[in-house]
Design a protein around this ligand. Structure first.
Ligand SMILES: [Zn+2]
Ligand SMILES: [Zn+2]
Length: 284
């Protein structure tokens, strides 16, 4: 048992308004707007292992193996070697599983918007991985929802997290000049759910789904594209393609979480002629 010190105010409020964590149902010990306990918040570790230096795919190379370090060019996954993405690099904080999956769902589908702040802080850790590599001045573009979806949900969960992440980065990386540009990219077509589609079908499904309404806004700029989950990379590729077509100088991608092998359709060398394992992601 962890002993938690509570302020008298917390103790009184939690006794008067007992609330429990929306993920594990344990009672909340502090007065907070965010219905998630500290134990759950502490279960969002950063990814380990050897990751593809372009897209962040887990290459499944045991980190404890001995011998000389692998040459850099080896650390690129099969997908990135066969079809290099239009973005420079994609980074993610944690793996999309367990508590991370629960929190993303709560924010996206259950309207639990107060957790966007805590998730945004983890997203900031992912963005910080680009320090020294990506330009210090970037236009920050959250992956947009289709207008109808945004209207029915009432918010874009990615934009909420991005705002929180930028706030946190202003303290941790004051030298960066990151400007939020939410409307720079739009989703001009409502797309089918990506669930159960092969990588090829996902790319086709998203082809032409994004556009840049005012190319002047992104022309010559370095762009940081932000999303909640990186699954097959189809969304990141489609958005980056639209941004590059509009004249962006480079696109970098940061997501809160990344689905790794078990949760993603396996890359099919025949470019999706046979169905892969269904992906775990629902509609946006
Ligand atoms: Zn909990
Ligand atoms: Zn890769």
């Amino acid at each position: 048992m962890v002993r938690v010190l509570r302020s008298p105010m917390d103790a009184v409020c939690c006794a008067l308004f007992p609330a429990s964590c929306c993920l594990c149902s344990n009672p909340l010990l502090r007065l907070t707007l965010s219905p998630v306990c500290e134990t759950c918040w502490n279960q969002l570790p950063a990814q380990g292992g050897t990751l593809c230096r372009v897209c962040g795919e887990d290459l499944g190379i045991a980190t404890y193996s001995t011998g000389s370090p692998r040459p850099e060019e080896d650390c690129v996954c099969r997908v990135c070697r066969m079809a290099p993405p239009p973005f420079r690099r994609a980074v993610a904080h944690g793996v999309y599983e367990g508590t991370m999956r629960g929190l993303v769902h709560a924010l996206k589908y259950e309207g639990t918007t107060p957790i966007a702040g805590g998730l945004g802080q983890r997203l900031a850790l992912a963005i910080a991985m680009l320090a020294g590599e990506a330009p210090a001045e970037m236009l920050v573009v959250p992956v947009p929802l289709h207008r109808a979806k945004q209207h029915s949900r009432g918010y874009n969960q990615v934009e909420l997290m991005t705002r929180a992440a930028l706030k946190s980065l202003r303290h941790s990386h004051p030298e960066w000049r990151l400007a939020l540009a939410s409307g720079a990219l739009t989703r001009c077509r409502a797309t089918e759910s990506q669930f159960g589609l092969t990588i090829r079908e996902r790319r086709q499904n998203l082809s032409g789904a994004f556009s840049v309404p005012d190319a002047g806004r992104v022309r010559g700029r370095d762009v940081l594209l932000v999303d909640d989950i990186y699954t097959s990379g189809a969304t990141a590729r489609a958005c980056s393609k639209a941004l590059m077509k509009a004249g962006a100088r480079s696109v970098w991608v940061a997501t809160l979480a990344r689905a790794q092998r078990e949760g993603v359709a396996f890359w099919d060398p025949n470019f999706g002629k046979t169905a892969g394992a269904p992906a775990s992601m629902g509609s946006r």
